[in-house]
Design a protein around this ligand. Structure first.
Ligand code: NAD
Length: 258
């Protein structure tokens, strides 16, 4: 049986992914800040190190797939620490444990928000791997939650999508036989979006920004199914892709640019 690690396993897309993999007979080590086999705060270096150590202990030193799903969407500094730095630390920290697998896989969750306006400086600092400077920049952006604060989430997701593009073909990932990919969801019905989509007004406003002509707002299992395939034995050659599971918002917003 394959052993997978899912972060963000306590809720939403991570929870659905864990359940789906378990239904398929896999062993899943769930990680989250609460209600998980591995309780770790991925916004902090200590929590990221604890994740790796606990997974090493629980797995006996070898895992087959990593699904980095944990994330926040608030206009806060913590969103930078969890979404970008926590996700990269999860993948880089657990990568050594993948090397013993006959079919190692790695997937992270970005967002269609990567296509939305972002803060160039924050994206550049994240891309450069300067977490301290990125957190300082986010602190400035967070002071105006309704304007510059809104750029924080999109910036973390754009930086994550770019991180996948920059690393997937390298000796650490493709060179070790590990497909590295991302899923970019549109609007998914989870606790993260619950308040926004609870009212007609909120839902209409959100779907104006994130048009989903194909089947509208999705359930978390829809994203879980795409993640599970990217992390499965079947995926031998899909590499460095940002797979939009977004009801068509990417094609609406970007048209025929590929
Ligand atoms: P969710 O809030 O239901 O789940 C997120 C999980 O991440 C929670 O269980 C939470 O405890 C965990 N988490 C938050 N901070 C953490 C920390 N410091 N350490 C460890 N775990 C932490 O939200 P969701 O919608 O399932 O989101 C999952 C992922 O999907 C996120 O990366 C999110 O950005 C992305 N996403 C969601 C949507 C959407 O519409 N829901 C759209 C695009 C992308």
């Amino acid at each position: 049986t394959r052993t997978s690690v899912v972060t963000g396993a306590a809720s939403g897309i991570g929870k659905a992914t864990k359940q789906l993999l378990e239904q398929r007979g896999e062993r899943v080590i769930g990680a989250d800040i609460r209600d998980a086999e591995v309780v770790a705060d991925l916004s902090e270096p200590a929590g990221r190190a604890a994740l790796v150590e606990e997974v090493r202990r629980l797995s006996g030193g070898s895992i087959d797939a990593v699904y980095a799903v944990a994330g926040l969407s608030t206009a806060t500094v913590a969103t930078v620490a969890v979404n970008f730095s926590g996700t990269v630390a999860t993948l880089e920290g657990l990568r050594p444990l993948l090397l013993g697998s006959p079919a190692p896989r790695a997937v992270l969750v970005s967002s269609m928000a990567a296509l939305m306006p972002s803060d160039e400086e924050l994206v550049a600092l994240l891309t450069a791997g300067d977490e301290q400077a990125a957190l300082a920049r986010a602190e400035i952006l967070a002071k105006e939650p309704a304007t510059t604060g809104r750029l924080i989430y999109a910036s973390t997701k754009l930086a994550l999508s770019r991180w996948v593009r920059r690393h997937a073909s390298t000796s650490q990932w493709a060179g070790e036989g590990i497909p590295l990919n991302a899923v970019a969801p549109g609007v998914i019905s989870t606790p993260m979006t619950a308040d926004l989509i609870a009212t007609d007004e909120g839902r209409v406003g959100l779907l104006k920004a994130v048009p989903m002509p194909l089947n509208g707002i999705a359930e978390p299992v829809v994203v879980a199914q795409a993640l599970a395939w990217l992390g499965s034995v079947e995926n031998t050659h899909l590499c460095g892709q940002i797979v939009y599971v977004d009801g068509g918002s990417d094609v609406v917003l970007r048209g025929d640019s590929v």
